[in-house]
Each structure stands twice: as structure tokens, then as C-alpha cells.
Ligand binder design. Structure first.
Ligand SMILES: [Zn+2]
Ligand SMILES: [Zn+2]
Length: 117
């Protein structure tokens, strides 16, 4: 089953997103897409409609918190394992929020951070 949302659209191509009533349904569909098309998709719960959508796995950049660096609010900064991953995240944030971020390597350990330009 493939039901299209009337409220939520893809950032990527502007098409209506498929939605699912539960995480399980979304997961089942993700498994199907993986088998059938080889796409890796991850379910996420939407802030807008409270239902579940799928997004490409590549959008979910792996990151963890740095044990040393904090942002200006005093929260630990996200540490990205590779420059590529950090850059990918910066690109997404730029598209979604129009903020320009620069990637720099953490002075304390292996990894990369983003900072506002
Ligand atoms: Zn939605
Ligand atoms: Zn750091």
C-alpha cells in the first residue's frame, strides 16, 4: 500500500511523501523497498503530520557527541566521523534551513564539527 500525504512533500523533488500509520508499517515498507529496489530507507516520525515517512538512509548522517567541544549554548557539539559526513549534514541543513555551515576538524580528537559561517 502506498498512500501519499496531502501535507508533507519531499525536500528533494517536491512530490508528496508516502505516509504510514505506524513505525511497523513504515519499516515493512522500507524492507520491501530494500529487497525490490535496493534502496536503504529509514522510517521517521513527522513533526508536521505525526505520521511516519521514509527517508533515504544517506540523510541520516552518523554522528556522536564530542566529549570536549561545546556550542555557544553550552551543549556538546555533534562529532562527525568523517569530513564527508559532516559536509553532507551541512548540505542538508543548508537546504532545509538556509544556514551556511563550515566543516572543521576537532582540535581534541578524531572527527569533524560544523560551525556557523
Ligand atoms: Zn508528515
Ligand atoms: Zn570536538
Amino acid at each position: 500500500m502506498n498512500v501519499k500525504s496531502e501535507t508533507c512533500f519531499s525536500n528533494h523533488d517536491g512530490k508528496p511523501l508516502s505516509f504510514f500509520a505506524s513505525e511497523k508499517e513504515a519499516l515493512d515498507s522500507a524492507k520491501y523497498a530494500k529487497k525490490r529496489y535496493g534502496h536503504s530507507l529509514l522510517p521517521y516520525q513527522c513533526d508536521k503530520c505525526n505520521l511516519w515517512h521514509l527517508s533515504p538512509k544517506s540523510r541520516h548522517t552518523q554522528s556522536e557527541e564530542c566529549s570536549y567541544c561545546t556550542d555557544k549554548n553550552g551543549a556538546l557539539k555533534q562529532l562527525y566521523v568523517s569530513k564527508n559526513k559532516a559536509q553532507k549534514r551541512a548540505d542538508i541543513l543548508y537546504k532545509e534551513k538556509a544556514v551556511l555551515l563550515d566543516v572543521y576538524s576537532c582540535p581534541h580528537q578524531n572527527g569533524f564539527h560544523l560551525t556557523k559561517r
